[in-house]
Ligand binder design. Structure first.
Ligand code: FAD
Length: 506
C-alpha cells in the first residue's frame, strides 16, 4: 500500500509503513517531528510548499512556558540570543503586567519573529533525521485498524499514497487532515479587517511594545530587532474583506488615531489584511489521527498565544507517541493528549477573545467591565497571577487521577539538582526521576547497576535520568519528558517508585 514519488523512500528498511507522518512544517510540525526523531521514531514530514522559511513573520513572541520547553531541548539559549526580552506586557491603558517576578528561569517574554523559531526547529529536526517531503500536499486520508493511508499530490502534481501507523495534522487552520477525518471547526470571526505590516520607522518609540486604543482605532507596535517593526492596526469603521487592497497610508492613519503619531513608517516589507477567527475542533484525536496547533484551534492574536499553544501541543504529544510506537506504553496513553490539551485550547480561546473584546470596548457597560477588571487585576495578586499564568503558559496544570499526589499533573520549574538543573536533565526527551539526597543506591531504576529491578531498569537506559535534589527536599518526583509531574510521593519508597516507573516509563 505504501508508495514513493521516486525521490525519497518513505518506507522504513523493513518495507513496512512509517510509524508517524506529520503533515505541515510550521512551528508545531517542526517541533513534533524533531521530538519524534530525537526519540528514535522514524518520521516523515509532509509540506505542500517548496522548502523556504518565509521571513514574513506571523507570530513574534515566545512565552515563558515555551522557552522552558525549548530549554529542555537545548534550543532556548540560541533563541534568547536572537530575540529581545521584555519584562512587562501592557494590556490596556491602565493595565501593565510585570513579568520579572514570574517563577520561571525565563521571567520575561521574548520578542522574536516566527521565522527565527522555525529556523532553529528545522535545523534540529534535520539533525535528528526527520525525512522532509516538500511540494507534497495531503489531499485525503483513510484509516483502518492497522494504520492510515495518506493521499498526497507530490511535486509536479503527481498523486501518491503513503502509509503510517499514526498521522498528525499540523497543517494550519484550513487543515486538510481535520477535514479528511470529518471534524468540524466550529466558531466565528471575532475581528475583521485587521491590518498588519512590517515597516521601518523614522522615529523610535519610547517603549519596546507600544499599544493603545482610542475611540474606534487600535494599534500595536513591536520591534523585530532587525530594523523592522511589526504594526498591527484595526479600525471599527473599516469592515472590509481580506481581499480589499491595502496601502501604507491606511496603516499610518489607524496608527495616528490610536497612538497619536505614525512614527514615520516607511519601507513596508510585508502588508496584509486579515480577519481573526475563534475556532476549536471538538476532538484532537480520531482513531490514529491527531490534530495540533492551528489545525486544532485558532484565536485572536491578543496575548501572542497562537504559536505558543501549538508548540505546547507538540511537546505534549511527541513523547506520548514515542512511548506507544516503541511499545513502552499502551495506546490509551494517547487519549490523555485530548484530555490535557483540549481544555488548554478552550482556555486560550476564552482569554485571548476576552482580551481583544476588552481592548476594543466601546459601549458604557463594556468600558465599565474593563475598568473593573483592571482594578481587580491591579489590586488582587492571585487574580493577576492567574492571568499571567494563562498568558505565559506557566499556570496550566493537567488533571490528575483521583487519589494521586497533589503534585501530579503540575508543571515543574527548572529546579536545582545535585548535578545541574532539571531542564538540562530532560534533554533527549527523557523522563527524570528526582529522589531525596539521602536516598540509597538509585542505579537499579535506570539500569546503571543491575540491582533489584534487573532487566527492567536496563530497558529504561537512555529514557530515564535519575537525579537528586540539590536541596534537602524529601519528595520523590517522576517528571515527564514535557516537564509535568507524572507521579510523586512524600519521602523515598523504592518499591512504590519502581512501580511508578514501570507504569509510566515502561
Ligand atoms: C496574519 C497573522 C498574524 C499572526 N500573529 C500572531 C501573533 O502575533 N502571535 C502568535 O502567537 N500567533 C500569531 N499568529 C498565529 C501563528 O502564526 C500560528 O498560531 C502559528 O503559525 C501556528 O503554527 P502551526 O504550525 O500550527 O501552523 P502553520 O504555521 O499554519 O503551519 C501549517 C503548515 O502546514 C502546511 N500545510 C497546509 N496544508 C497542507 C497540506 N494539505 N499538506 C501539506 N502541508 C500543508 C502549510 O504550508 C504550513 O507550512 C498569526 C497568524 C496570522 C495569519
Amino acid at each position: 500500500m505504501s508508495g514513493t514519488n521516486g525521490t525519497i523512500d518513505t518506507t522504513n528498511t523493513a518495507g513496512t509503513a512509517n510509524p508517524v507522518i506529520v503533515v505541515g512544517s510550521g512551528p508545531t510540525g517542526l517541533l513534533l517531528a524533531g521530538d519524534l526523531a530525537t526519540a528514535g521514531v522514524p518520521v516523515v514530514l509532509l509540506e505542500k510548499r517548496p522548502h523556504k522559511i518565509s521571513n514574513l513573520s506571523r507570530a513574534f513572541v515566545l512565552h515563558a512556558r515555551t522557552l522552558e520547553q525549548l530549554d529542555a531541548r537545548g534550543l532556548a539559549d540560541d533563541l534568547e540570543a536572537a530575540g529581545r526580552p521584555l519584562d512587562r506586557l501592557r494590556l490596556f491603558t491602565r493595565l501593565t503586567v510585570e513579568l520579572d517576578t514570574l517563577p520561571s528561569r525565563f521571567n520575561h517574554l521574548l520578542v522574536i519573529p516566527q521565522y527565527e523559531v522555525e529556523k532553529v526547529l528545522e535545523r534540529r529536526a534535520v539533525e535528528a533525521g526527520v525525512r522532509f517531503r516538500y511540494e507534497t500536499e495531503v489531499t485525503g486520508l483513510a484509516q483502518d485498524a492497522d494504520g492510515v493511508t495518506v493521499e498526497v499530490r507530490g511535486p509536479g502534481g503527481k498523486p501518491d499514497e503513503l502509509r503510517a501507523a499514526y498521522v498528525v495534522g499540523t497543517d494550519g487552520m484550513r487543515s486538510a487532515v481535520r477535514n479528511a477525518v470529518g471534524l468540524p471547526f466550529p466558531g466565528h470571526s471575532v475581528i475583521r479587517s485587521v491590518v498588519l505590516a512590517d515597516v521601518k520607522l523614522a522615529e523610535k518609540p519610547a517603549t519596546l511594545l507600544t499599544v493603545n486604543a482610542v475611540g474606534d482605532a487600535f494599534a500595536f507596535l513591536a520591534p523585530f530587532g532587525d530594523g523592522y517593526y511589526r504594526v498591527i492596526g484595526w479600525h471599527r469603521g473599516r469592515n472590509v474583506p481580506d481581499s480589499e487592497p491595502l496601502d501604507l497610508a491606511e496603516i499610518k492613519e489607524i496608527t495616528r488615531l490610536a497612538l497619536g503619531r505614525d512614527f514615520g513608517m516607511h519601507d513596508a516589507r510585508w502588508m496584509s489584511r486579515f480577519h481573526s477567527d475563534e475556532r476549536q475542533a471538538p476532538a484532537y484525536r480520531v482513531g490514529r489521527v491527531f490534530l495540533a496547533g492551528d489545525a486544532a484551534h485558532v484565536h485572536t492574536p491578543a496575548g501572542g498565544q497562537g504559536m505558543n499553544t501549538g508548540l505546547q501541543d507538540a511537546a505534549n504529544l511527541g513523547w506520548k507517541l514515542a512511548q506507544v510506537v516503541h511499545g513502552h506504553a499502551g495506546p490509551e496513553l494517547l487519549d490523555t493528549y485530548q484530555g490535557e490539551r483540549h481544555p488548554v485550547g478552550r482556555s486560550v480561546l476564552r482569554s485571548s477573545g476576552g482580551l481583544v473584546r476588552l481592548a476594543m470596548a466601546k459601549h458604557p457597560w463594556t468600558l465599565a467591565l474593563r475598568a473593573a477588571l483592571t482594578t481587580v487585576l491591579n489590586s488582587v495578586p492571585p487574580a493577576r497571577r492567574r492571568m499571567v499564568g494563562q498568558i505565559t503558559g506557566i499556570g496550566y496544570r493537567y488533571a490528575a487521577p483521583r487519589g494521586a499526589h497533589r503534585l501530579t499533573g503540575t508543571r515543574v520549574p527548572d529546579v536545582a539538582l545535585e548535578n545541574g538543573r532539571l531542564y538540562q536533565a530532560l534533554r533527549g526527551g527523557r523522563f527524570v526521576l528526582i529522589i531525596p539526597k539521602a536516598s540509597g543506591a538509585s542505579e537499579s531504576y535506570d539500569g546503571r547497576g543491575g540491582g533489584q529491578a534487573g532487566g527492567q531498569g536496563a530497558a529504561r537506559k537512555g529514557r530515564l535520568a535519575v537525579e537528586r535534589w540539590a536541596s534537602d527536599r524529601r519528595t520523590t518526583v517522576l517528571v515527564r519528558p514535557d516537564g509535568y509531574v507524572a507521579w510523586a510521593a512524600d519521602g523515598a519508597d523504592p518499591a512504590a517508585t519502581e512501580a511508578a516507573l514501570a507504569a509510566h516509563v515502561g
